[in-house]
Design a binder for this molecule. Structure first.
Ligand code: MF3
Ligand code: CO
Ligand code: CO
Length: 255
């Protein structure tokens, strides 16, 4: 039980895996429209990852997950299974991509708007993104995990939203989910201090209503108990000597 510090060679592979995961989201973006099914998005992603990228979609068969990507719509929090249901105007959807390239994982997710979602929907999506970036901006050697969790939780709660507690970010590398667990809530000055060479994800799930969640009978899909909207964004990051490098952000992009 310990946290892997990546070597220079491993970091280069993590950069590649991270970039590929981000490129899948960029490839899918123009397809995320009213009328497409999440199953169709899954096949597009599967073909792109296995064909163009010569990589592996990590979710497929992971603990029995049946598809290559996760698609979580509206009050679905995470781990939504792509299905024959069509996206419709006003939906918000999280698409979560994890690829394995040359033995290493890149994990990233973002929210998409279908047509024109409500002001409330757009607000929770924006706040969730701000939560992610506030967490990312804290990352540098010596900062503790509790400091990061606290910054994320504060931003969500100050804005009348809540943070899901049951799922968290994670170390990542050869393993999909490595140590440490990266909680999106916490107490400043607690938790392990970061060291250069660590790679992990930050992936806050932010609910517009109460934080409690429920697992659907499919064994995967997590939804808000009160049916309020939920939003999540995820990056894989590297702790550098003097700060952070976002491994899943494409050159010139802000999100
Ligand atoms: N990509 C998710 C994460 O961020 C994990 C999905 S596991 C799956 O950790 F089995 F649901 F695909
Ligand atoms: Co993750
Ligand atoms: Co993910």
């Amino acid at each position: 039980m310990s946290i892997n510090i990546k070597t220079t060679e491993e970091i280069e592979k993590m950069r590649t895996a991270g970039r590929l995961a981000a490129e899948v989201l960029a490839f899918l973006a123009p397809h995320v429209k009213s009328g497409i099914t999440t199953e169709e998005l899954d096949s597009l992603a599967h073909e792109y990852i296995t064909g163009v990228q010569q990589a592996t979609p990590a979710p497929l068969n992971y603990h029995g997950f049946p598809k290559s990507i996760c698609t979580s719509v509206n009050h679905q929090v995470c781990h939504g299974i792509p299905s024959a249901k069509k996206l419709k105007n006003g939906d918000i959807i999280n698409i979560d991509i994890t690829v394995i390239k040359d033995g290493y994982h890149g994990d990233t997710s973002k929210m998409f708007f279908v047509g024109e979602p409500s002001i409330r929907a757009r607000r929770v999506v924006r706040i969730a993104h701000e939560c992610l970036m506030k967490g990312v901006e804290m990352v540098r050697p010596g900062v503790r995990l509790g400091d990061i969790g606290y910054a994320i939780q504060q931003h969500a709660e100050r804005n009348g939203c809540s943070i899901v507690r049951e799922y968290c970010g994670h170390g990542i590398g050869r393993g999909f989910h490595e140590e440490p667990q990266v909680l999106h809530y916490g107490t400043p000055g607690t938790g392990i201090p970061l060291k250069a060479g660590m790679t992990f994800t930050i992936e806050p799930m932010v609910n517009a209503g109460r934080r409690e969640v429920r697992l659907l009978a499919d064994g995967w899909t997590v939804v808000t108990k009160d049916h309020s909207l939920s939003a999540q964004w995820e990056h894989t990051v590297l702790v550098t000597e003097d700060g952070v490098e976002i491994l899943t952000q494409l050159a010139g992009k802000q999100d």
